[in-house]
Design a protein around this ligand. Structure first.
Ligand SMILES: [Zn+2]
Length: 229
């Protein structure tokens, strides 16, 4: 099979930033044609040799994050620097919104302990799992107190759930109405989760991520990609 060459000369270069038309404007030291946007005046190229400008890189980063590959590992596999991976992960995550759609009516709230930088800096990943869709519908990273958990639990209560299962941590009892709150032994929640292996995955994910990024905001970005992209 033969592929025809792309007709670069007839292609009108659109600005990568504002989508207006660009005009040719000199060359890079390596001879690559430079363009400049008439509207926002930014310089740009049609083709970049660096991997990071390849749009498929985002797709690859998402896939690797979901496999639990750490930041450095992603950099090594895609031939881009660690700094660039971090920047791109943040960028991808900032475009991901909490899913808005019809949920089931039964939820489980579960927590996972982790830490940032050192074990003294404890962080908990608390997440809400929708039994019907078997997906995580919300999560927070931080402490396990009323103050930090209340906003997330309020959001789940707004979905008028018929049952919210937790491991019975005291803070839940004060926020979740008694009649819909089901306290299940730690083991039960884990066993029901068996087919999904979410916890195993999550553990792997947070461990590898924490090792390399050492930041809570990065962990949040990683989890957003993991759950919702
Ligand atoms: Zn422009």
């Amino acid at each position: 099979m033969r592929f025809s060459e792309p007709h670069v000369s007839t292609y009108l270069m659109k600005c990568k930033y504002c989508n207006k038309r660009c005009h040719k404007c000199g060359r890079q030291a390596n001879g690559t044609q430079k363009y400049r946007c008439k509207s926002c005046l930014k310089y740009q190229q049609e083709v970049y040799s660096s991997q990071i400008y390849n749009p498929s890189v985002n797709t690859k980063i998402i896939a690797l994050v979901k496999e639990g590959v750490g930041i450095r590992g992603i950099g090594r596999l895609l031939f881009i620097s660690k700094t660039t991976v971090l920047k791109r992960v943040r960028q991808i995550a900032s475009g991901i919104k909490r899913p808005v759609r019809a949920y089931g009516k039964t939820f489980e709230i579960d927590e996972m302990w982790t830490f940032c930088r050192n074990k003294k800096n404890e962080q908990w990943i608390t997440y809400i799992f929708d039994r019907a869709s078997k997906t995580v519908v919300d999560f927070i990273v931080g402490r396990r107190n009323t103050e930090s958990l209340r906003p997330m639990i309020s959001r789940v209560l707004q979905l008028s759930p018929t049952l919210v299962a937790t491991d019975g941590l005291r803070v839940y009892k004060s926020i979740i109405p008694n009649q819909i709150h089901s306290i299940q032994p730690y083991q039960t929640l884990r066993r029901e989760r068996n087919n999904l292996n979410l916890r195993i995955h999550l553990k792997r994910l947070s461990r590898k991520t924490i090792n390399f990024t050492k930041s809570v905001s990065m962990l949040k970005s990683i989890l957003k990609i993991y759950f919702w992209s």
